[in-house]
Write a protein that binds this ligand. Structure first.
Ligand code: C2E
Ligand code: CA
Ligand code: CA
Ligand code: CA
Length: 280
């Protein structure tokens, strides 16, 4: 029949193999939520280049898929965001990070604060700050030991009252906020001024061009002086070479994160890393 044929044709056109793969991945993701061996966190140390101390550990989601192997968060986080699974996933990862921090502390390791990436969708949840408070309480974690990373793009939507209220509630709890991927998004200076994140993280796309592209160097230098004037801390992301680290150091940025120091590590390796640090 003509009508049926059209519907079928449309169905077929709308379900390309790529879309089918995506739907399958979304279903698998729902299952992975309840499987700590599949969905877990790695931790990347953020270093004070001057003292060598670990100032923070960024938690990064890892999905060990039973058939596909390691699936990148660049692939599954967007799927989780579009399907709303991100709210449950984000909560689960926050719980995991805090539980891990507590167990390191109980093991007597010299723990640094841990940072957890938040999606814009989580920020839209009106009771996010209550969830965070409950998890801090459950894991007996001082709020100052938690940093939440919010992308500049998510903050740009913070003009909306509910997100702005959530951010204020999080700050009132005493957790710190880092503005992630800074330089790429659309947050304006007023938003930066209004929310006063404790830290901004300059995106790797700028850092990777230090020594190669004078334009990027001008941008990084401008971002550094901007944050110094705002009294906001800075982290340089994706530092891979000593040349980049030295350039940043000369320009007054000494908190660095990147493969030069360490890749994101499984929890057991992160514990060994902390254990082997020179005691200050
Ligand atoms: P991001 O938050 O900007 O995280 C930094 C990314 O840069 C990580 O990639 C990290 O492995 C990578 N990286 C760190 N140092 C270097 C370096 O020196 N060189 C290079 N080439 N890369 C470096 P990853 O783990 O693949 O995560 C990608 C993105 O996925 C994250 O970017 C973040 O936007 C998102 N993501 C990861 N975990 C989570 C999570 O738990 N929740 C949410 N909402 N998003 C997450
Ligand atoms: Ca981040
Ligand atoms: Ca980032
Ligand atoms: Ca990024």
């Amino acid at each position: 029949r003509r009508a049926g044929g059209t519907t079928w044709a449309r169905y077929h056109a709308e379900h390309t193999p790529a879309q089918q793969a995506r739907e399958a991945l979304e279903n698998d993701l729902r299952l992975a939520l309840g499987r700590p061996d599949e969905m877990h966190l790695h931790y990347q140390p953020i270093i004070n280049f001057r003292t060598g101390q670990v100032v923070c550990m960024e938690s990064l989601a890892r999905w060990q898929h039973p058939r596909l192997g390691m699936v990148s968060p660049e692939r599954f986080i967007p799927i989780a965001e579009e399907s709303s699974l991100i709210v449950a996933l984000g909560h689960r990862l926050l719980d995991t990070a805090l539980a891990q921090w507590q167990s390191w502390r109980q093991a007597g390791l010299p723990v640094a604060p841990v940072s957890v990436n938040l999606s814009g969708r989580q920020l839209c949840k009106p009771d996010l700050a209550d969830d965070v408070a409950a998890l801090l309480h459950r894991h007996q974690m001082p709020p100052a030991m938690l940093q939440l990373e919010i992308t500049e793009t998510a903050l740009a939507q913070a003009g909306t009252a509910p997100i702005s209220r959530t951010l204020d509630a999080l700050k009132a709890l005493g957790v710190s906020i880092a503005l992630d991927d800074f330089g790429c998004g659309y947050a304006n200076l007023q938003q930066l001024y209004r929310f006063r994140p404790e830290q901004i993280k300059i995106d790797r796309s700028f850092i990777s061009k230090i020594g190669l592209d004078p334009h990027s160097e001008v941008i990084v230098a401008a971002l550094l002086s901007l944050s110094q004037n705002f009294g906001v801390g800075v982290v340089a992301e994706g530092v891979e070479t000593l040349e980049q680290a030295n350039w940043l150091w000369r320009h007054g940025c000494d908190v660095l994160q990147g493969f030069l120091f360490s890749r994101p590590l499984p929890a057991t390796e992160m514990a060994a890393y902390l254990r082997d640090l020179p005691q200050s």
